[in-house]
Design a protein around this ligand. Structure first.
Ligand SMILES: *Cc1c(COP(=O)(O)O)cnc(C)c1O
Length: 417
């Protein structure tokens, strides 16, 4: 649906390092909105496949698993699986969806963060049924709880290297005490893991949205700490350094230099006699989807225009949750001729945080216009909710295939007695 932009690096795979909102075919997005209604996610699986190929080219020898929580849609999972990635799952629900999408049990990692009993029960059941999955454990308590359930399969220990990186304090997990075994307790927990399980590796995750020079420097520091811990522990099948590779959300940002990340990983971990594993989420799916929404209310107010739209924080939470920037484009052939005004794009939810931008210079919107929000493929639909009793949107491919149907008002009460 897009032409590769000659200005963008292609990392040797022929696809651009970033797909911009301007690269999406505006007429096609308007047709899809007319046919399927709004708010509407449009997800391009070809772009997911391109992103997978580019990531693979940068890390030819690594074991790659897709962080399912970025986008667990069935079609996305199938695309990532066909590209040769495994699945990194944050819950039993994600493990179940990965298995249903055809991932082999031995390609599934379950990262157990304060795992609810029901999740452990389900994962151990799948393991008993023959799924040779790996459980990644971040607390000694979880080892006890797995033992109680008779699990003695593949086990990886998540460490807390005390160093994090990422685009927002809410996603810098590397140093947060919630995640992983603190460095000083790693030896003890690994010894416990070796006694009763098939101990295979160490895991750490710096955070999410690594993008600029400062992030890369923090990420390198993180890698060095993980390498140090791994060298102390020794005898590992693999060292998993997590995900966190960012994408440019602003049109003025250039794509992250994936080769710089690959070089840092190689330089910091090459002394270890262990395979390297990575778990990208956002990088594979962010620029593969847009969210299309329709303007229903235009309200001039002091110095700016408030454009009320039919998508809200329930459809795309990132701006409200992380103050995240998403590019916004008016899908009108005459948009370029319109006067630019400071525009606040606001959703229908009764929350002041329910805005996608505030006072951003945009062509002045009119009632009935369509807007597209870029980079909606990662942590977009996945974080959608039905708050304010708003049914979740549909997700379609650029060709018009329905990947997930729109929820109806009836769906909202289907679970109630
Ligand atoms: C969220 C997460 C990832 C993926 O992070 P991205 O920023 O989407 O690449 C990988 N590993 C773990 C353990 C995570 O929690």
């Amino acid at each position: 649906m897009s032409e590769p932009d000659a200005d963008e690096p292609t990392d040797g795979t022929g696809s651009p390092g970033a797909r911009r909102l301007a690269d999406w075919n505006e007429a096609r997005l308007r047709e899809l909105a007319a046919e399927h209604g709004t708010p509407l996610y449009v997800t391009d699986l070809d772009r997911v496949a391109q992103n997978c190929a580019r990531f693979r080219a940068a890390f030819p020898d690594a074991s790659l698993r897709y962080a399912v929580k970025a986008n667990a849609g069935r079609a996305v999972l199938e695309t990532v699986r066909e590209a040769g990635f495994g699945a990194e799952c944050a819950s039993a629900g994600e493990v179940g969806r990965a298995l249903e999408a055809g991932f082999g049990g031995d390609d599934v990692d379950y990262t157990a963060v304060n795992p609810p009993a029901r999740d452990l029960d389900a994962v151990v059941d799948w393991w008993r049924d023959g799924a040779d999955l790996t459980v990644t454990v971040g607390a000694a308590d979880t080892l006890d709880r797995l033992r109680e359930r008779g699990y003695d399969g593949r086990l990886c220990v998540r460490v807390n290297p005390g160093v994090g990186a990422g685009h927002h304090e809410k996603v810098r997990t590397g140093a947060a005490a919630k995640f992983g075994v603190p460095a000083e307790r790693v030896d003890e927990v690994v010894a416990d893991a070796r006694a009763d399980f098939e101990f295979v590796g160490l895991h750490a995750h710096a955070g999410s949205g690594i993008h600029d020079e400062a992030d890369l420097a923090a990420h390198r520091e993180f890698l060095a700490s993980v390498a140090e811990l791994a060298a102390e522990v020794g005898d590992l099948e693999y060292v998993n350094v997590g995900g966190g590779v960012g994408v440019p959300y602003r049109e003025t940002e250039s794509p992250l230099d994936l080769d710089a990340v690959a070089t840092a990983v190689r330089e910091e971990l090459s002394a270890l006699d262990a395979a390297v594993a990575l778990e990208p989420g956002r990088y594979l799916v962010a620029d593969a989807a847009v969210l299309v929404t329709r303007v229903n209310t235009v309200k001039p107010s002091a110095g700016e225009v408030v454009a009320g739209v039919d998508a809200g924080m329930t459809d795309l939470l990132r701006p409200a949750m992380y103050d995240a920037f998403h590019a916004i484009r008016l899908l009108d052939p005459g948009a370029d001729e319109r006067e630019e005004r400071p525009v606040t794009v606001a959703g229908p939810i009764c929350e002041s945080g329910d805005t996608f931008c505030e006072g951003r210079p945009l062509p002045a919107p009119e009632r009935g216009d369509l807007l597209a929000l870029g980079n909606a493929g990662a942590y977009g639909y996945e974080m959608a909710s039905t708050y304010n009793s708003r049914p979740r949107p549909a997700d379609v491919s650029p060709e018009g295939d329905v990947l997930r149907r729109r929820e109806s008002l009836a769906d909202l009460t289907v679970l109630e007695r």
